[in-house]
Design a protein around this ligand. Sequence first.
Ligand code: HEM
Length: 305
Amino acid sequence: MKRTIENGIETFEAELDGERIVWDRGLTYADHLQTDPLLSAQVPMSGKHDEMLFIIMHQTMELWIKLQIHECKQAMAQIRADELPQASRTLDRIATIMQHMIHSWEVLATLSPSEFMTFRGYLGKASGFQSHQYRELEFRLGLKRPELITIHMDDPERTAALEEALAAPSLYDEMLYLLDRRGYEIPKEVIGRDLTKPYESDRTIENAWLEIYSNPQEHWELYALAEKVTSLEYYFQEWRFKHMKTVSRVIGHRHGTGGSAGVKYLVKALELRFFPELWSMRTRMEADKPEGGSHGGGHAEGCPV
Ligand code: HEM
């Protein structure tokens, strides 16, 4: 190994496995990625073997949620600046992270009920229900449920962060402002509403999306962006579904550590929507009429041809 000083920094060089490897004390892998605090943050309460899987599953998901919030803010800024191709790439990244998180449930599904029961009693009332990042992501996407901040009232910093996210325009709001800028009919009461209140589905907005989807060629940019946003919600719901199925596999119909009815609570959450009119509009889409007025096959309406 060779040691030199380059620009006042201790620098090393070694021939390893036929490669000339270099490193210095200026910035190491551990410094940049903070691996020491990261890898000392797994602190099992029970001393039981399987709790490590439970902790690392939660921690990795929290890291991915952190990145999703970061990217969501970027997508909103890009939409605000009318940079739609850039926003589209950012939305793709968020959706891909979500797909990765969905696949990762398979790792947790290797936890059997008996293995979980070896440490469940040590978890107290701790529950994913208290994940402030998860709630922030819901708010940022468009699902505002102010009452859920209550659970963080003992922590002023978290409460303030969630209140900021609650009062800020969501990704869906940015989409609606965009439609407004592009001349679609968006009611002023929707644009100027109190953003801290839950969003209520609006027929005029459903009509705007219907117009876009009924003629994609004419509205291509908005249509393509709306499909990206729809994919995001589609994968989010799939994440919720996999969570619910994993939970039912591990604890059956027991109550959660956070006090809810457990699986029943998680099933109810499958009905939640970030972008309601982007879903409801689909029911109103009309099928193209067959050329010449009839397709001549004599099929009843609804026949899948
Ligand atoms: C064996 C593993 C798991 C079990 C048994 C479990 C169980 C539950 C239950 C029963 C709830 C409902 C609230 C309660 O009463 O506690 C819940 C909520 C939640 N869990 Fe899990 N969970 C598990 C793994 C995970 C993981 C790995 C994450 C990743 C961060 C997670 C995130 C959440 C979130 C965010 C909620 C709140 C959902 C909402 O309010 O819509 N859970 N979990």
